[in-house]
Structures are given as C-alpha cells and as structure tokens.
Ligand binder design. Structure first.
Ligand code: URA
Length: 209
C-alpha cells in the first residue's frame, strides 16, 4: 500500500509474535509493547535530517552529525498509545508529548474526544501519532484532524498492527500522513477488532480484561 511501511525487522516480528500470543502475561505484554515501540521509533525516524558539526573527541577533532530540523512530539492516543509512547521516549527522551484522549463508542465504533493537551509550539514540530491498533481508522483520523486543527502540518502515524480497512481509510483521509506498522492484517470482526490481531491492546497492557 502506498504510504504504508511494514517493518519486517526480525526482532520486531519476534516481538509481535509474543504480543499476538494470548498466553503472554500482562507483564510480558507491557514490556514487549514498549520494546517494540522503541524499534518502530527507530524506523519512523530513519530519514530525519542531520547536520554536520565539528567536535573534539578525547583523541582528535572530527566531523559528527546531529539532528536538525523540526523537534519531535509523540502523540499517543489514550490510553493504549501510552505504553508505546514510553518506548519511543526511551529512544528520543527530549521529545514532547501531546495526549489525545479518544474512546470508541461501543455501538457506532466512532471516536469521542475527552482530552487534548499538547505543547504550545506543537504547530512548529514534527508530530508522530502513536496508537498500537489501527483498526477502523476512525480514532487515527480524528486524532490527526484534531492535530491539524491545532496547526500541525508535519505528521506521521505509527502502530503495532494495522487492519487493511483502517489503513486504507487513514490514507484516504490524510494522504500526507505516512504509516509505519509491524504487520497488516486483512480484516476486522463485527466488534471492530483486528483479525487475527492481538485482542484489546489497552486491556492487555493494563490488565483490565
Ligand atoms: N483496538 C484494540 O485494542 N484491538 C483491536 O483489535 C482493535 C482496536
């Protein structure tokens, strides 16, 4: 799919196998979710610009490269996005966080916003929206609508698992927002869960099943 990158790194795929497995404990799920998010963060930031600078090592002067361009915001969609954002902060501790509180109406499956708190300079930053499950795409689209309304022009979306219908819906609604995922599953069931998926990511992270 155009604009969608599947991260096929063996470590990501092994961790996804653990996340999919219903036998994995809550503790394991939470840890592996965070680790996988760190690896996905590595991929989603792969093309960030750098500038050369001269530095002094203990031995000699040399050229090094430091990050340039827009500063980063991670925007987890609450609540399941939080554990992923922690894993991404492990890699980019200086990033700011924008919390986007959305829940799915259990009947319509449509997102309802209940919280939004973002850095004041968010419009000048690169915002990486984080949600483990891209299912119908409704929450992702609503979160990105909200961030664009706050002035953000430069966005990326990262998830653990995408369903094809949701990924297509997100690409259609926001063709300027590329997607990174560890896998693309084909379908959703009648409750909007990804099949085969991994179940409810929030419940499995926080033990609320
Ligand atoms: N949210 C989840 O946690 N899991 C799904 O399969 C779909 C949405």
């Amino acid at each position: 799919m155009n604009g969608l990158t599947i991260v096929r790194h063996p470590l990501v795929q092994h961790k996804l196998r653990l996340l999919r497995d219903r036998a994995s404990s809550i503790q394991l799920f939470r840890t592996v979710m965070r680790e996988t998010a760190t690896l996905l963060c590595y991929e989603v930031t792969r093309d960030l610009p750098t500038v050369p600078i001269r530095i002094q090592t203990p031995v000699a002067e040399t050229e090094a490269h430091e990050l340039a361009g827009k500063k980063l915001v991670f925007a987890p969609i609450l609540r399941a996005g939080l554990a992923m954002a922690e894993g991404m902060l492990d890699l980019v501790p200086s990033a700011r966080i924008a919390h986007v509180g959305l829940y799915r109406d259990p009947v319509s499956l449509n997102p309802v916003e209940y919280y939004f708190k973002a850095p004041v300079d968010i419009a000048a930053r690169l915002v990486i929206v984080v949600d483990p499950m891209l299912a119908t795409g409704h929450s992702a689209i609503a979160a990105i609508d909200r961030l664009k309304a706050a002035g953000v022009a430069d966005l990326r979306f990262v998830c653990l698992l995408a369903a094809r219908p949701g990924a297509e819906a997100l690409r259609a609604a926001h063709p300027d927002v590329p997607i990174w995922t560890a896998a693309l599953d084909e379908t959703l069931n009648d409750h909007g869960y990804i099949v085969p998926g991994l179940g409810d990511a929030g419940d499995r992270t926080y033990g609320t099943r």
